[in-house]
Design a protein around this ligand. Sequence first.
Ligand code: KIV
Ligand code: NA
Length: 265
Amino acid sequence: TRRITVHDIAAAKTRGEKWPMLTAYDAMTASVFDEAGIPVILVGDSMGNCHLGYETTVPVTMDEMTILSAAVVRGTKRALVVGDLPFGSYQEGPVQALRNATRLVKDAGVGAIKLEGGERSLPQTELLVQAGIPVMSHLGLTPQSVNTMGYRVQGRSDEAAHKLLRDAKAAQDAGAFAVVLELVPAELAAEVTRSLHIPTIGIGAGAGTDAQVLVWTDMAGLTGGKVPRFTKQYADLRATLGDAARAFAEDVSGGSFPAEEHTFH
Ligand code: KIV
Ligand code: NA
């Protein structure tokens, strides 16, 4: 088996095939998704919320991204692994972006990187692509800008919709191989999808994009508390794991574990 490449992703759009992307933050979970045939796995900076216990994605560091991206690469054989550039690792300019993207490619082994912003991240995208690093762009709601943007649907005004279209075209012209559209109206996401030759990957962006991404802990029901309306929950891992932990605790306090078959003499 060989790894999926950005060329396979481009070919899927030509054939009109829709495809799924999931996040992962560790080798074991990534191996499950890889064996399930998920073609693209994102080591998202959503690890800040979902894996590391931060309130937002803002505190995530390059060290954290590099260690967990390497784990996901080791856990997979076939998927294209995409690593997020975390907040503060590319905003200073293209040289900083190249230095940090190079770390994810060389030290962690990712096949592509993702960064937030269209026109505002143009010089970064151009330099990375020139250097041979495939870039996935991320538009619409960009969680690293939570302190100015908040968490709400983007691109609702005519002006904001035009800006999103401009950003998407700019990312494509700079050489990005795909664009994530987060929390934008379905009609706008479909229009962006039609106007680009590179694939769009939606999250909370309706059914008109070329691909769909979900945060794995949300789609598997592991996240505690409220999950966004755009998420579909395909499993109830939080209840399953809680039940397992409670059953283990009962067995230990009741003396039924370990039993004879778990015991050496
Ligand atoms: O970090 C992440 O999980 C993401 C996806 C929601 C696209 O950026
Ligand atoms: Na992200």
